[in-house]
Design a protein around this ligand. Structure first.
Ligand SMILES: [Zn+2]
Length: 376
């Protein structure tokens, strides 16, 4: 439900897709293990040893995360079968996300990619229920398998709520898209439904908190907030993509080429002469007159002030060789997707082998604002 941010740890690869975990997961793993070892297991098996209790709790918590991974990999598998590349699979505090490198081209593909998630969770619930029935309480597997069956069922039904960013929202989008033949209508309906569901969760959370269930209530309000943000962002991003379509990089890139600064210039002088003196924010760094890298205010602000007289523009620039490049006639949408994927504020634009200038995020935002004010 969130984008792939910084700080995630890659723990392995499946089908060449990096599997990442967010560091917050360790905290949740510890909390969940502690809760299971302190509540579920002693209630079911009062005679269980401490070591057995903790190990079973840890195993159960790990199987819970494996269940979420299974759910996300099911999305990834069907996405790949529908020729949509999968960038990464990330596990977060509230579940997982399979980051896709494109959108489904047909409502049918969108439906299949979304629906397989809840289906896989229902499948897992059935497997754990089977284990529970087959093995019973032998080896203390009973309580854990019952809990895992139950939690996977909850996951399936929660994800089926028909609003963004949940799977049910994507299913709703695909159905509306299929009937109206307009994806935009599907996105708007699923986005609004997601916002309504989020408000519903917050209202129920507030009600529960007033009833005395403070922790449970606050959790629901928090989940509501996160869902509301995600639903709003997703709706906006889609509508923005529509606005970007058909526009070329050259139509948005500034006419004035960014100022050049030599690679040996200290940051102190850069700040004094260019940033404070002329209000410039983006630079092309040159060596022997040739462009070698780019630099912006963010790069400078990340260096402690005390180092500004020793560090040079060459030390903090991003080398051109490390950056993806676009041409003036490329689609603006492609350029923005490259910026998003690499978390860049600017992108070098090459006209053949010549650096024509930089496309900055500010220019893209400015362009979108002008278009929305002009109503086109
Ligand atoms: Zn899902």
């Amino acid at each position: 439900m969130m984008g792939s941010g910084n700080g995630n740890i890659t723990i392995g690869y499946v089908w060449g897709i990096p599997i990442q975990i967010n560091p917050s997961l360790f905290l949740i793993l510890a909390l969940l293990t502690w809760t299971l070892a302190g509540g579920l297991l002693p209630a079911a098996y009062p005679e269980m040893s401490d070591l057995g209790r903790w190990l079973t709790a840890l195993l159960t918590a790990l199987l819970f995360f494996a269940s979420i991974l299974f759910h996300e990999l099911a999305h990834a598998w069907v996405a790949r079968r529908n020729s949509i590349p999968v960038v990464s699979v990330t596990l977060y505090i509230f579940g997982g996300i399979a980051q896709l490198g494109g959108k489904a081209k047909t409502p049918g593909a969108e439906f299949r990619i979304a629906a397989v998630g809840p289906a896989s969770s229902i499948f897992l619930a059935a497997v754990f229920y089977g284990i529970n029935q087959g093995f019973g309480d032998r080896g203390y597997l009973g309580a854990s398998s019952e809990w895992l069956a139950f939690i996977n069922l909850i996951l399936a039904f929660f994800n089926l709520l028909p609003g963004y960013p949940l799977d049910g929202g994507r299913i709703l989008e695909s159905i509306v898209w299929g009937f109206t033949r307009k994806q935009e209508t599907g996105v708007k309906v699923a986005g609004t439904a997601g916002q309504i569901i989020a408000y519903g969760l917050m209202a129920i959370g507030a009600f529960r908190a007033f009833q005395g269930d403070i922790i449970g209530g606050i959790w629901m309000i928090m989940i509501g907030f996160i869902l509301h943000n995600a639903a709003t962002t997703e709706k906006k991003a889609f509508l923005q993509q529509g606005q970007l379509a058909g526009t070329q990089v050259s139509q948005v890139m500034g006419i004035v080429r960014e100022p050049e600064v030599p690679a040996g210039l200290t940051l102190q002088l850069l700040v004094e002469q260019h940033i404070l003196g002329r209000g410039q924010g983006s630079f092309i760094v040159t060596a022997a007159g040739n462009p070698v890298g780019i630099l912006n205010l963010r790069d400078v602000s990340q260096v402690p002030r005390t180092d500004w007289d020793q560090m040079t523009t060459g030390d903090v620039m991003t080398p051109l060789t490390d950056l993806p490049r676009v041409g003036p006639n490329d689609e603006l949408l492609t350029a923005v997707q490259l910026m998003d994927a690499n978390q860049l504020l600017q992108l070098p634009v090459f006209d053949g082998s010549r650096l024509a200038g930089l496309l900055t995020r500010d220019e893209v935002i400015h362009h979108l604002r002008l278009r929305s004010e002009a109503g086109v």
